[in-house]
Ligand binder design. Structure first.
Ligand code: GDP
Ligand code: MG
Length: 439
C-alpha cells in the first residue's frame, strides 16, 4: 500500500502542475489507504472533499512542488481531525478527582486503569485509589488487585455479591477518608452494547460525578467501533478516549472514526500489556500510521531530492561527454524552476542573499518559460542537433512557441556556447575521474 501511495505521489511530482486529474489519482490512493485502515466510509468521503477544496485553493500560490503540497494537506487535515494537541486528564482544582473507565469487554479497561495509575504516581506524584466496580467477572476484581499491588495503589472492593453502584458509593467514601487525591473506577463491560450495562454505568456516573469518563477503544476493532462509540457517548457523554492495543499491526483508522463521531480527545494510547506501556496521544504520528507510512513527509522529500540528484548527475555526465542536447537543457531549466524562485534560492545562500532583492524573478521566469516553449516546439531531431535549423524551421519554431526568430537564434547560440564550454572542460579533465558533485 505504501508503495502504491508513493507511486501516486511520484506521478504527480513528475508533472509540473496540480491538476484535477492527477490529484484524483492520488486522492484515490489516499481514499483506499483510509478505507483499508478501517476509517468509516462516510468520514473518508467528507475528508477527501475537504482535502480537494484545500488543495485546489492552494494551487495558485505554489505550483512548484505539488506532491509535497498535497501530502501536506492530507496529513495536516488528518491531524486536525484527530485533534491537534495532547489532552491531559481533567484534574480537579482542589479535592478528589474521579475518573471512570468504560468500554466493551476485553478492550483494556482494567489494564488501562493500572497503567494510568502508574503514570499518575510516577509523573504527577498523585495518590490514586482504585475501585473495582466490575462485579460481573469474578476474575476482574482479582486482576485489578494484582495490578494495584504492582503499581502501588489501594484497591477497594466489596466482592461480586455487592452491586457495582454500592461498591462505588462506599469506595468513594473510603477514598476521601484515606486522603486519596484521585480515584479510578474500573467498570464491567459486555461483549456487545446492552441496556442493562448502560443503565448500570449511568447510575455509577450519577453517584460518582466523574471529572473524566474515559472510553477504551480497541484499535484492532473494525468498522463496528463506530456504533459502539456512539452508544456509549449518547448514554454517558464520555470526555476522553483511551485507544488500546496500538502495539498491534492495526492501522488504527477506527480512532479517526470514533474521534469524529464523539469529538472528544484521545487522552492516552495503550502500547502493550505492561504497566509502563502507555503514552499520550500524538495526532501527527497517528496520521502517519493511518496513511500507512512511517514519516510521509520525509519520505516524499527524500524521493524528490533523489530524483533531482539523479537527473542533474545525468545531464552533467552528458555535458562532459559532449552529448548534451537541447532536451537536457530543457530538463535543466525545469529543475531550476522546480526549486522555486531564483530570488528565494539566493536568499538562502550566504553571500548571495544581499543580491536577492535585485533579482527580477518575473523577468527570469519569463525568459525561462520562453526557452522551454522554444525547445518544446522543436522536433526530436532538431533537439538532438540544432545544426539542422534553417530559416524555415526557425520560423516554424518561433510561430509554434509564440516567440521570434531572433529569440530562437539567441537560444541556439546560448546552447552552442554552453556545449563548447563543456567540451573544453571535458578536455581539461580528461584522464582523471570526474567528480560530478563538484559541478
Ligand atoms: P477489560 O475487559 O476492558 O478490562 O480488558 P483488560 O484490561 O482485561 O484487557 C484485555 C486484554 O487485553 C488483556 O489480555 C490485556 O493484557 C490486553 N491489553 C490491554 N491493553 C493492551 C494494549 O495496549 N496492548 C496489548 N497488546 N494488549 C492489551
Ligand atoms: Mg476489566
Amino acid at each position: 500500500l505504501t508503495e502504491r501511495l508513493n507511486k501516486a505521489f511520484k506521478n504527480i511530482s513528475g508533472q509540473g502542475k496540480l491538476t484535477e486529474k492527477n490529484m484524483d489519482d492520488m486522492l484515490r490512493e489516499v481514499r483506499l489507504a483510509l478505507l483499508e485502515a478501517d476509517v468509516n466510509y462516510k468520514i473518508v468521503k467528507d475528508f477527501l472533499v475537504n482535502v480537494k477544496d484545500k488543495a485546489v485553493g492552494q494551487e495558485v500560490y505554489t505550483s512548484l512542488n505539488p506532491s509535497q503540497m498535497v501530502v501536506k494537506i492530507v496529513h495536516d487535515e488528518l491531524v486536525a481531525l484527530l485533534g491537534e494537541k495532547e489532552a491531559p486528564l481533567n484534574f480537579k482544582e482542589s479535592g478528589m478527582t474521579v475518573v471512570m473507565m468504560v468500554g466493551l469487554q476485553g478492550t483494556g479497561k482494567t489494564t488501562s486503569v493500572g497503567k494510568i495509575t502508574s503514570l499518575l504516581k510516577r509523573k504527577y506524584n498523585k495518590h490514586p485509589m482504585l475501585i473495582a466496580a466490575d462485579v460481573i467477572r469474578p476474575a476482574a476484581i482479582e486482576q485489578l488487585q494484582t495490578l494495584g499491588k504492582e503499581v502501588g495503589a489501594e484497591v477497594f472492593s466489596l466482592g461480586i455479591e455487592t452491586p457495582a453502584v454500592e461498591t462505588v458509593r462506599q469506595g468513594l467514601a473510603r477514598a476521601k477518608e484515606s486522603g486519596a487525591d484521585i480515584v479510578l473506577i474500573d467498570t464491567a463491560g459486555r461483549l456487545h452494547i446492552d441496556d442493562e450495562l448502560m443503565e448500570e454505568l449511568a447510575q455509577i456516573k450519577e453517584i460518582a460525578k466523574p471529572d473524566d469518563i474515559l472510553l477504551t477503544v480497541d484499535a484492532m476493532t473494525g468498522q463496528d467501533i463506530i456504533n459502539v462509540a456512539q452508544a456509549f457517548h449518547e448514554k454517558l457523554n464520555v470526555t476522553g478516549l483511551v485507544v488500546t492495543k496500538l502495539d498491534g499491526d492495526s492501522r488504527g483508522g477506527g480512532v479517526l472514526s470514533v474521534r469524529s463521531i464523539t469529538q472528544v480527545p484521545v487522552k492516552f494510547i495503550g502500547l502493550g500489556e505492561k504497566m509502563e506501556d502507555l503514552d499520550v496521544f500524538y495526532p501527527d504520528r497517528m496520521a502517519d500510521r493511518i496513511l500507512g507510512m512511517g514519516d510521509i513527509m520525509t519520505l516524499v522529500e527524500q524521493a524528490q531530492e533523489k530524483m533531482d540528484l539523479e537527473q542533474s548527475e545525468k545531464s552533467a555526465r552528458k555535458m562532459m561527454e559532449g552529448t548534451f542536447t537541447l532536451d537536457d537543457m530543457l530538463q535543466q531549466v525545469e529543475q531550476v524552476q522546480k526549486l522555486g524562485s531564483l530570488g528565494g534560492i539566493m536568499k538562502m545562500i550566504p553571500g548571495l542573499n544581499q543580491f536577492a532583492s535585485q533579482m527580477d524573478d518575473e523577468k527570469t521566469t519569463r525568459q525561462m518559460n520562453r526557452s522551454k516553449a522554444i525547445i518544446r516546439s522543436m522536433t526530436k531531431e532538431e533537439r538532438q542537433d540544432p545544426g539542422i535549423l534553417r530559416a524555415s524551421r526557425k520560423k516554424r519554431i518561433a510561430a509554434g512557441s509564440g516567440t521570434t526568430v531572433q529569440e530562437v537564434n539567441a537560444l541556439v547560440n546560448q546552447f552552442e556556447k554552453t556545449r563548447q564550454m563543456m567540451k573544453q572542460m571535458a578536455q581539461l579533465q580528461k584522464g582523471g575521474k570526474m567528480n560530478m558533485n563538484a559541478l
